[in-house]
Ligand binder design. Structure first.
Ligand code: DHE
Length: 568
C-alpha cells in the first residue's frame, strides 16, 4: 500500500470528509492526496449550477449516490501518481468522465451531449472530482423569510368566478421554463400559464379541488387558486434548495388545512397551513438506514395523504424508512417508522386506498404499507428498478385486484396482487403481494403506467428507452386479454410535428375526469416544438393535438378530479 503524506490542507479535507460520514478515513486520505483538476472560480460556479439542475436529483447533493452512482472524489479522481486503477477499483479521471457524461452508460445514465455543450461537459467532468459543495441548511425562520402571502384568504373569491369545469382541468408542468399550464380538458384550450419554481416536479390538489399546489426542483412551492376568472397564484414559499413532493391534508375535518412538502436538500419535511402556506414545522429526516448506518442526506421522495386517517405516508429515499406522520396534533407530532428497503422513490394507493405501494428501486422491490394497521404488509420482489409513478389499479380477469408498475431497468410491466376485503375477492388471497403476471414490453425505460376505473386499457410509456421508436411511442395493453402484446402508438408521428434530431419523449399518460381520453406529453427539447397528444381511450385514435409556441417541454400532467381523489 502506498504511503500518503497528509499535508495541512489535505488533512483538513480528510477530517471534513470523514467527519461528514462521506467516506472512510483511508479513502478520504487517498482522495485528498491527489489534487483535483484545476478549475477557475467561474467554471466552479457553472459546475455548481449544472450539477444542481441536472445531476443532484439522481446522485445526491453530497454525491453519495442513489438512483445514480456515487460520485465522491475518492473514485472520480485519479490517484496521486496519475493512474486510474487501484486494487481492481477504477478511478475515473477527466477523460473517462467526459465520455460518461457525453454518451451516457448502459446502467441508465442518460447522454448529455445534446443537452450540455462540450465545454460544459468538460467543466462537469472536472467539477465532480472536487469536494462536493454543501448548500446551507434551511430553517423554519428561512421558510418564514421566503413566505409570500400574495392574497389573504378573506380577499379571495367567495365562489368560482367562471363557468369552467374545474374537475377536468389539467395542470401541466412546462419543465424548462419554470411554468405551469392550466389546460381546460373540455375545450382543450390553454386557460392560464403561471410562473412557478424551476422544473416543477408534481402538482397535487387540495381535498376540496379548489387549490393546486406545485413544487419546483428549487424548492419553491406555489399555491394556485382555481376560483379566479383566471387561475391565480395566491401564496408561495421555499422549502429549501431542492424538493420533489407535496400533498395536502385529506382526512375528514382537515380538508385544505395543512400542506406537507418533502425536501431533497436539506433532507427534511415541512408542514404549512394549507390555504396560506404559513410555515408551521420542519422535521429533519437525517438518521439511520434500514441497514443501521447513519446517512447524512436521506431525501424525502413521494408523499401521499391518507383518506382513512389524519396521516401522511412519507417515503425516505436513502434510509428506506417509511414514515406515517399523524397531523392531528402538529405540536406533538406522532410518527410511525416502518422499515422497508432502499431507495424509496415513487408510488401510489391500491384500489381500496388502504395500502400504499412504493418502489424501493435499488433493491428491485415494491414495499406495501398497510395504513390501517401502520405496518409493512409486504416487500414484493420485482424485476429491475420498478418505477410506477402512482401505478395503475384494475381487476385482473384471472388474479383479481392488481396494482401495476413499470420498470426502468427491465422490459416488463409487473402486476402485483393486492389484498381486498370484498367477499368476491377472497379467492385471490393466496396470491396477495406476489407478482402474478409480467406483461412484456418492447424494451426497458418505462416511467409511468396509467388506467382508469371506466377503462379497459392499461397505458405504458417508454421515454427512457434508448431507441427513438420506443421513446417516442406508448404501448397499450387490453386488460380483458392480457395474453395479447400491447398496441404500439407512435405519439411523435401522431403529433404531426416535423421530425427533429433530438428525441421527443412520449411521457406520462393521464386520463380525463370521465376516463374517456388519455393525454400524453410529447416532450421535446427547449427549442423544439412540443405537444400534448390527446387520444380517445376506447378507439386509441387521436382526438386533438394541443400545441402552442408557449408549450415548451411539457412533462407531468395532473387532472384535477383524478388527482384530488387518487384515481389511477
Ligand atoms: Fe420525477 C414523481 C423524483 C426525474 C417526472 N419524481 C416523482 C416523485 C419523486 C421524483 C420523488 C414522487 C413524488 C410524489 O408522488 O410525491 N424524478 C425524481 C428524481 O429524483 C429524478 C430521478 C431526478 C431529478 O433530478 O429530479 C426525477 N421525473 C424526473 C424526470 O426527468 C421527469 C421524467 C420529467 C420532469 O418533469 O422532470 C420526471 N416525476 C415526474 C412526474 C412525476 C414524478 C411526472 C409524478 C407522477 C405522477 O403521476 O404522480
Amino acid at each position: 500500500m502506498k504511503r500518503i503524506r497528509v499535508t495541512r490542507t489535505s488533512g483538513a479535507l480528510v477530517a471534513s470528509l470523514a467527519l461528514a460520514g462521506v467516506v472512510p478515513i483511508a479513502q478520504a486520505q487517498q482522495a485528498a492526496a491527489a489534487s483535483p483538476p484545476p478549475m477557475t472560480a467561474q467554471e466552479k460556479e457553472i459546475g455548481k449550477k449544472v450539477y444542481f439542475e441536472r445531476c443532484a436529483g439522481c446522485h445526491g447533493v453530497l454525491r453519495k449516490g442513489a438512483t445514480g452512482k456515487n460520485l465522491e472524489p475518492h473514485w472520480t479522481k485519479k490517484l496521486p501518481d496519475g493512474s486510474t486503477q487501484e486494487g481492481g477499483t477504477l478511478k475515473l479521471g477527466t477523460a473517462r468522465l467526459d465520455k460518461i457524461i457525453g454518451l451516457g452508460t448502459e446502467g441508465g445514465m442518460v447522454n448529455y451531449d445534446d443537452i450540455l455543450t462540450k465545454e460544459e461537459i468538460d467543466i462537469m467532468a472536472r467539477y465532480i472530482q472536487q469536494v462536493p459543495d454543501v448548500p446551507p441548511e434551511f430553517s423554519l425562520k428561512d421558510m418564514e423569510a421566503s413566505w409570500k402571502l400574495l392574497v389573504p384568504v378573506d380577499q379571495r373569491p367567495k365562489k368560482p368566478q367562471h363557468k369552467v369545469n374545474l374537475k377536468n382541468i389539467f395542470a401541466v408542468t412546462l419543465r424548462d421554463t419554470g411554468e405551469l399550464a392550466l389546460i381546460d380538458g373540455d375545450t382543450k384550450q390553454i386557460w392560464q400559464i403561471l410562473k412557478t419554481g424551476y422544473a416543477v416536479h408534481i402538482s397535487r390538489l387540495s381535498a376540496s379541488g379548489r387549490y393546486v399546489y406545485t413544487v419546483g426542483r428549487d424548492g419553491l412551492v406555489t399555491l394556485i387558486d382555481l376560483w379566479y376568472e383566471k387561475p391565480t397564484t395566491v401564496a408561495s414559499i421555499k422549502l429549501g434548495a431542492d424538493a420533489r413532493s407535496v400533498d395536502t391534508s385529506k382526512f375528514k375535518g382537515f380538508e385544505d388545512k395543512y400542506l406537507i412538502g418533502g425536501g431533497y436538500w436539506p433532507p427534511q419535511y415541512s408542514i404549512m397551513e394549507g390555504e396560506t402556506l404559513k410555515p408551521l414545522k420542519v422535521v429533519s429526516t437525517r438518521g439511520m438506514t434500514v441497514d443501521g448506518e447513519y446517512h447524512p442526506e436521506p431525501r424525502v421522495a413521494s408523499i401521499v395523504a391518507s383518506h382513512i386517517k389524519p396521516e401522511w405516508v412519507v417515503n425516505i429515499k436513502e434510509t428506506g424508512q417509511i414514515l406515517l406522520v399523524d397531523y392531528s396534533d402538529i405540536k406533538n407530532l406522532k410518527t410511525t417508522t416502518i422499515e422497508s428497503a432502499k431507495f424509496l422513490h415513487d408510488g401510489g394507493w391500491d384500489a381500496s386506498k388502504r395500502y400504499f405501494l412504493v418502489a424501493a428501486n435499488a433493491s428491485h422491490k415494491v414495499a406495501a404499507v398497510d395504513t390501517k394497521t401502520g405496518k409493512l404488509a409486504a416487500l414484493v420482489d420485482t424485476k429491475k428498478i420498478p418505477h410506477p409513478g402512482r401505478g395503475a389499479n384494475f381487476v385482473h380477469p384471472q388474479f383479481g385486484p392488481v396494482w401495476a408498475t413499470g420498470h426502468l431497468g427491465d422490459a416488463v410491466v409487473s402486476l402485483i396482487s393486492t389484498a381486498s376485503d370484498k367477499k368476491e375477492h377472497a379467492k385471490y388471497k393466496a396470491n396477495n403481494w406476489k407478482v402474478v403476471q409480467e406483461l412484456k414490453m418492447p424494451g426497458a425505460g418505462n416511467l409511468f403506467v396509467k388506467t382508469h376505473p371506466k377503462s379497459k386499457n392499461l397505458w405504458a410509456d417508454l421515454p427512457m428507452n434508448p431507441e427513438r421508436e420506443n421513446a417516442e411511442s406508448v404501448y397499450v395493453f387490453t386488460m380483458t386479454d392480457l395474453s395479447k402484446p400491447p398496441l404500439k402508438i407512435d405519439v411523435a408521428k401522431d403529433s404531426g410535428l416535423p421530425v427533429t434530431k433530438a428525441l421527443r419523449r412520449a411521457v406520462h399518460p393521464e386520463y380525463s375526469e370521465d376516463g374517456s381520453e388519455v393525454w400524453i406529453s410529447l416532450w421535446g427539447g427547449k427549442t423544439n416544438q412540443s405537444a400534448i397528444v390527446v387520444y380517445e381511450d376506447k378507439t386509441m385514435k387521436v382526438k386533438k393535438v394541443i400545441t402552442d409556441p408557449k408549450m415548451i417541454t411539457p412533462t407531468g400532467k395532473f387532472n384535477v378530479y383524478n388527482t384530488q381523489h387518487d384515481i389511477y
